[in-house]
Design a protein around this ligand. Structure first.
Ligand code: KIV
Ligand code: ZN
Length: 560
């Protein structure tokens, strides 16, 4: 692709800042959040939400903790007007929540907007006029002065309307739409004119919202623009500087974060980055980014799966599987080295290992999934890229079986070969099926356990087995039941060597009613290799004899 002057979007108005302060700052507190899901977000849907969905969404936003919610553009449609009325008349707005409504600078629209908010306790009336050269020249064909006159006429009308309803606390918000491509001195001039016309003061604050209506630059330029305004606007103490970024270049989050460093105090956006075109800044990501820095976001996403499902239901949109914090796969590792590191990190935390720090510090996991209501089940999934860590983690999490290290390596090879052959992911169920088939006996096994009886001394064992399909009762004497079972098998000319033996209890999982598991590494004279045998039973001796028989069978399967 060739770039040229005509492929270049109008550049953002880049201020000369001889000394910028924002790069040295750090975020220290949550901004004022303003959700525009029900306006900017809703107007960007194939099928806008019906009143019932809007109500459910509104209730969810209140439950998350939003104190300012832009619910509608009441003069633009009867649906938006009725929704506003219905929230107010049915007293559905919590006392600490302020509704926000949007209007253009037209007298009839302002009149209708104020009709919509009658009876509300507290409302932000949000006025916008497009200030950028392209809008002045191509869309409205008006001069800067005409635009200022039109904007101020609207502000004065809004002031008069607000004075008529003293029972409602009306705050003005003004947005110079396309702020980032507007000449900064002109943006400043119109913003100052607005605050003057509103008679802004300590008891009459104004929200100046500076939108990147279409994102046009790298986030540092947006931050420069915000700092330029922040350090120049009149009546600064009575102005709440608000940010409204869109995601056309994919950097809405970064722009909002740098804008906060540069003097922004409030952020408008939508959950999951919904909104016009590529969307608005994603408030969930912004909030949880603060959470990862140890800053209370003052929004509650502790039941994110519920929020995500309700969002999808109401908007008809789906959340991509890799969406920060919320996607189905964001806490999942497929790669072997990642799985291994996560398993070790979680293990260190669980055992209060000294290497686990006071911070949340688990490899590859930016936050504790539990903070957003996610379990650990999906953390590790197994496919052909996975290693022993993932296989071991799933066996432990889903089936309560802690595998010895060498068995992890052996069995992950089995799982990997299966994944390569089938080309897909291996679920916990499939993994168990593979384990059972490989280690817990198979119909083709030459030797099969039936039962055993132990003499009181514990040294003489009667062992009933099937050998090549025929029932046989054997007897063996040894130093304990396993030694005796080994001796019994010599009746078939089998001389087994036990190279390692571990027994443990199964912790969780469907198979845990059989409580004991025995792992034995076995070699058989005359057969190639050493193989693991695994036995599971309620009785540890039975589990051990089954492990012995399982290991012998696996040795016999190998060609000598
Ligand atoms: O993106 C934008 O500029 C807007 C304004 C109405 C604030 O949504
Ligand atoms: Zn917008």
């Amino acid at each position: 692709m060739r770039a040229s002057a005509t492929t270049k979007y109008r550049p953002a108005s880049s201020p000369a800042l001889p000394r910028r302060h924002w790069p040295e700052k750090h975020l220290a507190r949550a901004p004022i959040w303003m959700s525009t899901d029900l306006r900017d977000g809703n107007q960007a849907l194939f099928e806008p939400m019906n009143p019932e969905k809007k109500m459910r969404f509104f209730a969810m936003l209140c439950a998350i903790g939003f104190k300012e919610i832009e619910i509608a553009f009441p003069a633009a449609s009867d649906t938006d007007f009725s929704l506003t009325r219905s929230l107010i008349e049915n007293r559905l707005v919590p006392d600490d929540v302020t509704l926000q409504v949007l209007t253009q600078a037209r007298s009839d629209l302002i009149t209708r907007t104020f009709a919509a908010i009658r009876g509300a306790k507290s409302v932000i009336t949000h006025l916008y006029t497009a200030t950028s050269p392209v809008f002045r020249k191509q869309v409205f064909r008006i001069s800067k002065n005409e635009l200022i006159r039109m904007t101020l006429a609207a502000v004065r009308q809004m002031k008069e309307e607000a004075d008529k309803i003293p029972e409602t606390q009306v705050t003005l918000e003004y947005s110079p739409e396309h702020f980032t491509t507007t000449e900064l001195p002109f943006a400043l001039e119109i913003c100052d004119a607005v605050t003057e016309a509103w008679d802004t003061g300590a008891d009459r604050p104004v929200i100046l919202n500076l939108p990147a209506t279409v994102e046009a630059s790298t986030p540092n330029i947006y931050a420069d623009q915000i700092e330029w305004m922040h350090t120049r606007i009149a009546r600064r103490d009575s102005v709440i500087l608000s940010l409204h970024t869109h995601n056309d270049r994919g950097t809405a989050i970064a722009a909002a974060e740098l804008g906060l460093l540069a003097g922004g105090e409030r952020v408008e956006g939508c959950l999951f980055g919904n909104g016009e075109r590529t969307g608005n800044a994603d408030l969930l990501t912004l909030a949880l980014n603060l959470h990862t820095q140890g800053i209370d976001p003052e929004l509650d996403f502790s039941d994110l799966p519920h929020i995500a499902r309700l969002y999808e239901e109401c908007t008809g949109l789906s959340i991509p599987p890799r969406h920060p914090y919320a996607g189905d796969l964001v806490f999942t590792a497929f790669s072997g080295s990642h799985q291994d590191a996560i398993k070790k990190g979680l293990g260190a935390r669980a055992s209060n290992d000294m290497s686990a720090s006071a911070f949340w510090e688990v490899p590859y996991l930016p936050i504790d999934p539990a903070d957003v209501g996610r379990g650990y089940d999906a953390l590790i999934r197994v496919n052909s890229q996975s290693g022993k860590g993932g296989v071991a983690f799933l066996m432990e999490q889903a089936h309560g079986l802690v595998l010895p290290r060498r068995l992890q390596i052996e069995f992950s090879g089995v799982a990997q070969r299966y994944a390569d052959a089938t080309g897909g992911e291996i679920t916990a169920e499939t993994l168990w099926w593979l384990f059972e088939k490989n280690y817990l006996g198979d119909n083709n096994d030459r030797l099969r356990y039936r039962e055993h009886a132990l003499a009181e001394s514990g040294e003489i064992l009667t062992l009933s087995v099937e050998w090549a399909g025929y029932a046989r009762v054997l007897s063996g004497t040894g130093n304990g039941p396993i030694d005796a079972a080994k001796a019994a098998l010599s009746a078939f000319g089998l001389s087994a060597r036990i190279l390692s033996f571990e027994e443990r209890a199964m912790t969780t999982g469907a198979e845990s009613k059989a409580r004991a598991v025995a792992f034995m590494e076995i070699g058989v004279d005359g057969q190639k290799g050493v193989h693991y045998g695994v036995g599971i039973d309620e009785n540890i001796v039975t589990a051990s004899i089954k492990a012995l028989i399982g290991g012998v069978n696996r040795c016999l399967r190998e060609k000598s």
